[in-house]
Design a protein around this ligand. Structure first.
Ligand code: NAP
Length: 341
């Protein structure tokens, strides 16, 4: 049955997206590529995007799909961009809103998985788990005092940058590990402070007080290179930086300098300014750096839930209902919802 056209930018997203759309009177078009969701190389070429933006009513996109103003301006029938991610920094949301296009995303369902990874990275750094693994595999003999002596986690101070859903879930975990938790966020959150027993600090104070700093703030023009050379210099020499948010919140060159010159004890990064991080990158040369390939939400259950939300968001808009999660609620007054199927 032919109806509104829906374009899906990868063919390896969880099957619930296709099975749910298949039940509807819509025409499904799909890009055959199967690369990782953050991969720009796996994203369709621009001419395909332009064609789909002109001909389709809805698109399902992922992090690696850069939906900029010039592409949005090519749209004709498009009314909904459903991204399979919580972050919307790959989409020009303002341009979409101006054109009356709904931008939907998948918050909440991935929070616990990303917070688990943040704690995993923190402990891996503190207790040198990755270094230990490499030594065991290399047949190293552990006979030197000082080998693999790590840092304490319990009793240490954790500074969280960005107390949103993920930041709050990290705080909950850290309290269970008996850590002191301080946070900086754009908006102060007295109720969470009270509920979890955590304290607010200005960003600079947080950086100089923390033994571990976890970044969970959204990527926006205001937070780009929030952690720069000047701020890295405020951190304790024995402190660790963990980034599970977005690569461009940390100035990579400044971080490399900080690691080379010993301003901090180490870093763990799930996200990078350049993804995938080239294996020859300077960051890959440090023993005190743990690297993971943007796997914050990568559990089967979480990815399945993200897909369910992404497809339901899109279907709701097609049916004239409010989507579960709308990143640009202002659009409601520009293009009121109305059923298309
Ligand atoms: P969220 O609940 O919306 O929280 C967003 C946080 O960013 C809040 O602390 C918010 O501050 C802050 N923020 C937003 N705009 C800001 C601005 N202009 N200036 C300063 N702070 C700003 O989102 P979440 O679910 O916690 O996710 C946080 C981020 O994690 C996402 O945006 C995404 O980039 C990243 N993420 C990464 C992975 C991964 O695979 N590694 C997976 C999922 C998400 P206030 O609350 O104080 O206003």
């Amino acid at each position: 049955m032919v109806g509104p056209c829906i374009f899906i930018s990868r063919s390896n997203l969880p099957s619930v997206i296709y099975t749910q759309l298949n039940k509807l009177p819509v025409e499904i078009r799909m890009w055959k590529e199967t690369g990782p969701m953050w991969s720009r190389q796996a994203s369709p070429p621009r001419e395909v995007w332009v064609e789909m933006f002109k001909e389709c009513t809805g698109v399902v996109v992922t992090l690696g799909d850069v939906i900029d103003r010039s592409l949005i301006n090519e749209s004709d029938k498009l009314i909904v961009i459903s991204t399979y991610s919580v972050g919307v920094d790959h989409i020009d949301v303002k341009a979409a809103t101006e054109r009356g296009i709904y931008v939907t995303h998948t918050p909440e369902v991935l929070v616990e998985a990303v917070a688990d990874l943040a704690m995993g990275l923190l402990i891996a750094l503190a207790r040198k788990i990755v270094q230990g693994d490499k030594l065991v595999r290399a047949g190293a003999i552990f006979d030197k005092w000082g080998w693999l002596l790590g840092s304490e986690v319990h009793g240490a101070t954790l500074g969280i940058i960005g107390l949103g859903n993920i930041g709050t879930a990290v705080a909950r975990r850290a309290r269970a590990f008996n850590m002191k938790v301080i946070y900086w966020s754009r908006t102060r959150k007295p109720q969470i402070e009270f509920a979890l027993g955590i304290e607010y600090r200005p960003l600079e104070a947080l950086l100089s007080e923390s033994d571990y700093v976890v970044i969970t703030v959204a990527a926006t023009p205001e937070t780009r290179h929030l952690i720069n050379e000047e701020r890295l210099k405020l951190m304790k020499r024995g402190a660790y930086l963990i980034n599970v948010a977005r690569g461009d919140i940390v100035d990579t060159n400044a971080l490399v300098k900080a690691l080379k010159e010993g301003w901090i004890a180490g870093a763990a990064l799930d996200v990078f300014e350049e993804e995938p991080l080239p294996s020859t990158h300077e960051l890959a040369k440090f023993d005190n750096v743990v690297l993971t390939p943007h796997i914050g939400s990568a559990t089967s259950e979480t990815r399945e839930r993200m897909a369910e939300v992404a497809v339901q968001n899109l279907i709701n808009v097609l049916m004239g209902k409010r989507p579960l999660y709308l990143a640009n609620p202002e659009v409601l007054s520009i293009r009121p919802l109305q059923p298309l199927i």
